[in-house]
Design a protein around this ligand. Structure first.
Ligand code: GLA
Length: 391
């Protein structure tokens, strides 16, 4: 009898190993957020104007647009999915009009398309929009999420009664883990209590570093500036989150969105699209499905991207990220309002010394030989992005 049992154990071990071919620790966060999570969230474009039809058509569009195949996986319903009151048993329930078939039905719909479902709550007495939230209801709510088939929880910070953040986020983390269902735990504490310092310990897999982004160049740049110095906190299993993408929402230019997407990828940021996927323009889809840029985001070379040079006189910056293969991803950022040429010496990039390198332009999809200086013309409020390495 012992022989077949140990064979079964061996098979289990082999199965587990084949799911984790790298050195990723087999912790919940290691499995679920081994790379920065990718998906979509309703808030940036739709706010509270959401219903089950929107969520299901968005899942359809994620498939038909090629976004799923490019790596986007989570379809996340933000604030306002819940009814104004809990049910007679004290459980959260979906808004009876806008989500009349309930969250479980949406989860099934999304899962049938090879995608995952996310929902939202707050570590407070009410959400930011004043609806029921999870403080002191952590176990009941986590159990509901698991029962419905939810795969991701964004957990906000409104109406927190000034109770200690670590306690509030730990309570939900433990409740999620106790369900036994793998659920990505996204801390949305806005960096108020420096969640990058403790987010990983409390089971967070991504943590917002700032207040909310808006669909404006200055908002995006302001958030970028606040990422400097946070690089040491991010690594597989737990990621700095500079907030969701605004690409395609219409108040930035094409070049500004290219810069936004390039920079978020360089930062190993979660790539959570925030636009209307059902009516996306070709140029928006071109940005969001750029596989070379996404590959930079999903690559771990030991550190997220950092600011190598800030030149306020010319309004330009150089951002660099080590790649697993020894190369470097580089963003040349023009923050100014006229076109300019930006250059950086290859010797400053931390590459293994060589007489020449090959650089791939990740937006033009062209290759060039670089002898000592990487240089590009960059449009106003725009960026060029390269991966450079040995030839
Ligand atoms: C906060 C969060 C946003 C969004 C809204 C919803 O502002 O930071 O990302 O979830 O709440 O009300």
């Amino acid at each position: 009898m012992r022989y077949p049992l140990s064979l079964a154990a061996l098979a289990l071990t082999l199965a587990a190993c084949s799911q984790h071919p790298t050195t990723t620790a087999p912790t919940p966060s290691g499995r679920l957020a081994a790379t920065p999570p990718m998906g979509w969230n309703s808030w940036n474009k739709f706010g509270c104007n959401i219903d089950e039809e929107l969520i299901e058509r968005t899942a359809d569009a994620m498939v038909s647009s090629g976004m799923r195949d490019a790596g986007y996986k989570y379809v996340n319903i933000d604030d306002c999915w819940m009814a104004k009151t809990r049910d007679a048993q004290g459980n959260l329930q979906a808004d009876p009009t806008r989500f009349s078939h309930g969250i479980r039905a949406i989860a099934e719909y999304v899962h049938a398309r090879g995608l995952k479902l996310g929902v939202y709550s707050s570590a407070g007495t009410a959400t930011c929009q004043g609806l029921p939230a999870s403080l002191d209801h952590e176990v009941a709510d986590a159990n509901k999420f698991a029962e419905w088939g939810v795969d991701y929880l964004k957990y906000d910070n409104c109406n927190n009664q000034k109770r200690p953040a670590i306690e509030r986020y730990t309570a939900m983390s433990k409740a999620l883990q106790a369900t036994g269902r793998p659920i990505v735990f996204s801390l949305c504490e806005w960096g108020e209590n420096k969640s990058w310092e403790w987010g990983r310990q409390v089971g967070g897999m991504l943590w917002r570093t700032t207040g909310d982004i808006s669909d404006r160049w200055n908002s995006m740049i302001d958030i970028l500036d606040k990422q400097v110095g946070l690089e040491k906190y991010s690594s597989p299993g737990g990621w700095n989150d500079p907030d969701m993408l605004e690409v395609g929402n219409g108040r930035m230019t094409f070049n500004e969105y290219v810069a936004h997407f390039s920079l978020w990828a360089l930062l190993n940021a979660p790539l959570i699209a925030g636009n209307d996927l059902r009516s996306m323009s070709d140029s928006t889809r071109f940005i969001l499905t750029n596989r070379s840029v996404i590959a930079v985001d999903q690559d771990w070379g030991g550190q997220q991207g950092t600011r190598l040079r800030d030149d306020p006189a010319t309004n330009t910056q150089i951002w660099v990220k080590p790649m697993r293969n020894g190369g470097r991803a580089v963003v040349l950022l023009n923050r100014g309002s006229s076109a300019t040429s930006i250059s950086v010496a290859t010797a400053d990039l931390g590459l293994t010394p060589a007489s020449s390198y090959q650089a791939i332009d990740l937006w033009a999809h062209t290759a060039q030989t670089v002898l000592g200086v990487l240089q590009a013309g960059v449009p106003p409020h725009g960026a060029a992005m390269f991966v450079i390495g040995k030839k």
